[in-house]
Design a protein around this ligand. Structure first.
Ligand SMILES: Cc1ncc(COP(=O)(O)O)c(C=O)c1O
Length: 373
């Protein structure tokens, strides 16, 4: 029996045709033809003015921090439970990450904890739309205004999610997406920086091209900067995927419904939430086990693996990782972030590849029910 994949794309002839066309034609004077179409369509879909295709979401966060002038001596607040890419660029620019607790329902940053973490050095917050969920954006925006801090929205995992009708990725000074191979919309590797601010967009355009003005062909660099570009083949793939976004998102929501039908009533299991006013696109269907079951995430992953079921661990609190052991803020975060430390040890992402079928979801759910009963 084949392993049931935890992540993976849905590629059709359209993607193959667009990439083939890019390979054949998107060179020299036409090198940017797919970037422009992808960026324009993406900005329109999310509802922001500017979109910049990049090699990764990590680079989009890095450029966000640089264009917002964040650096040495500044603090940036991130939720404790997220992929390290949300936080690593804070260190790239010489600032300090501060880890806030997560909300028990949405698993995203808790507004109360965010407020507790704010100091006179706080310059920005990076709320993360974890697994397609979204935090209480009204509360976060209120706090950001009140304390004069900027929002960089990490929507890497939340393509198509909405909060009160507004798209994930449109809530901050900048919003960022990932198109890594595991994502709902993929370009293999890739990312997007979004903003309504022309000044940030213009600055990012210089910083991502070794410090030269966009369009400059005279190799005249005004500063030492970065090389952050997406290839034409990736942009073509992204455009094809974006043109199919409704069916990609519908499939994700359908998969969640299948899991919900099987698991929602099972005692000791909690699935992803979709509070009123939020539209969750369920990038990763996730179960949180009641600690009373005495099955931690590693144990559950091993048990499911025996049945050819691939899973991923819920992100470990960043403050628990060796990478942040020496950070002065880490000890305080370990004490403060009760919910992160309650949920993370008992939560697992279930098979959520776009190719996973209803029958496979029934199989996974049956095994899971047996294991927790
Ligand atoms: C929440 C979050 N932020 C940032 C990233 C970084 O994305 P990339 O791998 O495209 O740099 C990811 C990617 O997995 C992510 O899940």
């Amino acid at each position: 029996m084949q392993r049931i994949p935890v992540a993976g794309p849905w590629i059709t002839q359209k993607e193959i045709d667009y990439v083939t066309d890019a390979v054949a034609n998107a060179w020299y004077a036409n090198a940017n033809m797919y970037h422009e179409r992808f960026e324009n369509a993406f900005a329109a879909y999310i509802g922001v003015k500017y979109a910049m295709a990049l090699p990764s979401c990590t680079s989009a966060i890095h450029l966000s921090l640089l264009t917002l002038g964040i650096g040495e001596g500044d603090e940036v607040i991130v939720p404790d439970c997220t992929w390290i890419a949300s936080a690593a660029p804070i260190s790239y620019v010489g600032a300090t990450p501060v880890f806030a607790d997560i909300d028990p329902k949405t698993w995203c940053i808790s507004a109360e904890s965010l407020e507790e973490c704010i100091t006179p050095r706080t310059k920005a917050v990076i709320p993360v739309d974890l697994y397609g969920s979204m935090p209480d954006m009204d509360a976060i925006r209120h706090l950001a205004r009140k304390h004069n801090i900027v929002i960089i929205e990490d929507a890497a995992e939340a393509m198509g999610s909405k909060y009160k009708g507004k798209c994930a990725g449109s809530f901050g000074e900048t919003g960022v997406f990932s198109f890594h191979g595991s994502k709902t919309l993929t370009t293999g590797e890739g990312g997007m920086l979004l903003t309504d601010r022309g000044d940030l967009y213009q600055r990012a355009a210089v910083l991502r091209d070794h410090g030269r003005q966009p369009g400059s062909v005279m190799f005249w660099n005004s500063e030492v900067a970065y090389k952050y570009k997406m290839s034409s083949m990736q942009a073509a793939l992204g455009l094809a995927q974006l043109e199919r976004i409704d069916e990609l998102l519908e499939r994700k929501r359908q998969q969640f419904e299948w899991y919900k039908h099987e698991l929602a009533q099972v005692e000791g299991i909690t699935l992803n939430a979709e509070p009123d006013g939020m539209r969750n696109t369920f990038w990763m269907v996730t179960v949180v086990l009641d600690p009373k079951l005495h099955i931690n995430k590693t144990e559950l992953m091993q048990r499911l693996a025996k049945y050819n079921i691939d899973t991923r661990p819920f992100f470990h609190p960043l403050s628990s990782l060796p990478a942040y052991e020496d950070l002065p803020q880490t000890q305080a975060a370990r004490q403060r972030n009760k919910i992160a430390y309650q949920i993370s040890p008992y939560a697992v992402n279930l098979p959520s590849a776009l190719a996973v079928t209803e029958e496979q979801i029934r199989y996974v759910s049956d095994i899971l029910k047996t294991e927790v009963s």
